[in-house]
Design a protein around this ligand. Sequence first.
Ligand code: NAG
Length: 529
Amino acid sequence: MAAATYFLLIILLSLSCEASKILVVVTMPSRSHGNLGNGVVRELLKGGHEVTYIRIFEYKNPPPNLRQIDVSSNIDLMPKGIMNIKKIMDKDVAANDHITVKMMMLELATKTIEHQNVKKLLEDPSEHFDLVIVDWMLADVPAGLATVFGCPLVWLSPMEVNSLDISLIDGAPHLAYSTGAFSSNMPPFNFLQRAQELWTRIKARYYELKHFDRMELDAYERLIVPYVEKRGRQAPSFYDVRYNASLILGNSHVSMGQALALPQNYKPIGGYHIDEDVKPLPEDLENIMMSAKNGVIYFSMGSHLKSKDWPEKVKRDLLNMFGQLKHTVLWKFEEDLPNLPKNVHILKWAPQASILSHPKCVLFITHGGLLSTTETIHYGVPIIGIPAFGDQFINVKRAINKGFALEVKLSYTVAADLKAAIEEILHNPKYRQKVKELSFIYHDRIAKPGEELLHWVHHVINTNGAPHLRSPALHIPLYQRLYLDLLGLISVVILLFFILLRVLCKLLCSKKQKDTKVKAVGKKLAKLN
Ligand SMILES: *[C@@H]1O[C@H](CO)[C@@H](O)[C@H](O)[C@H]1NC(C)=O
């Protein structure tokens, strides 16, 4: 009996030892970032960890080992109207470049750390974490949260592999063959594109050095350093904090992106946001899908573009066009539309995974957000992309490049263009074949993305921040990487050599001249004599 109790105690102890306290931080008020954060939290909870989640959107039905810290007021910081579909059609939207986005992200990051609810957490000396996981969106100052709690840091990169996130843990991938985070060029680049990529990167670097580095440093000194000192430690330099991540968990996979060489501490686990147990469809929807004789087309422009902003004429054109198809159309739209054709169904809320995984689903018409394109590969459904903003353009381009997608521009003729694209993609089997191939590649991994996530999180915690995975390239400055110092030295040596040669030459020549002059004078003298 005593032995049994003892045994039980050992098991309980070992279990409680394995459970770690983990802080997950998402500052960006966007559903996709929320979904990625939720995916991480879901896997951590499955692993039995005690999770604190700084988040915008609520994690529904939380178990007792999840504590949520609400920073949903960040939603008010987003500029209004950039996600307006009519404005996008009229090309009346603000620039979507690195610099504008970075300003916005820095503000979101600092406002999150300053938030009343977060402050409470940081001020409390009894709070302690074994790991901090931050959704990285251009701002580096949240790295300081790991410094406050004196624990390892893991970045969550929401994008495909790009020079910006890789630069946090390694040398940036070569720009002659890798895409920038905000570029819409697809490798292989032609000469002009290569020049463009170089120019974009120089410009971004210039702004980093001139403005953003200062702003990040200020934010670090103002928002992080006092908490570190309050806990009785000396705050390290911001450089040492920002380049001290143990890992990047990337929302990417070779089935969707490029086969770039990656540092050991970048883990491409794209797809972890997808819950493996797909919920069954509600009964009415299941009936609609099952009775679709020619398959189902699912149309959703995501959660940002509001249906009320669609121009009336475009809505009617789309309905008419869908009405002429033999297929059943599920249109995710937040408002009722009058005079619906029989084969068109409006869904105010759409269980996307359950629809895409349904065998009757033959096509997904999407804005091309990275999570949506990931889901299409996960479930093997070809797409027509109608990109609207952000990385959607490059995601759709990538999908076209891979061979399972077509693109339609978001314009006033979207209905007619869409009709042509639908005919092509449903009548030519190559798109479906291709997406099935990619789906196989996507699923053919050693472990499911969620399991891999948990594995690497444990690895970082159990090895005190996994220093052995870090790339030696991280701290090598550009001039050393390009051997500019050696080049400089060789240039100086060659230059010195030529200068020396010239000096010697001058000396010799003038001596010769003197000699000949002396000889000539000697001859003249001899003649005179
Ligand atoms: C960097 O990370 C390691 C491992 O997590 C940690 O031990 C170290 O204190 C960190 N260094 C700084 C300067 O924050």
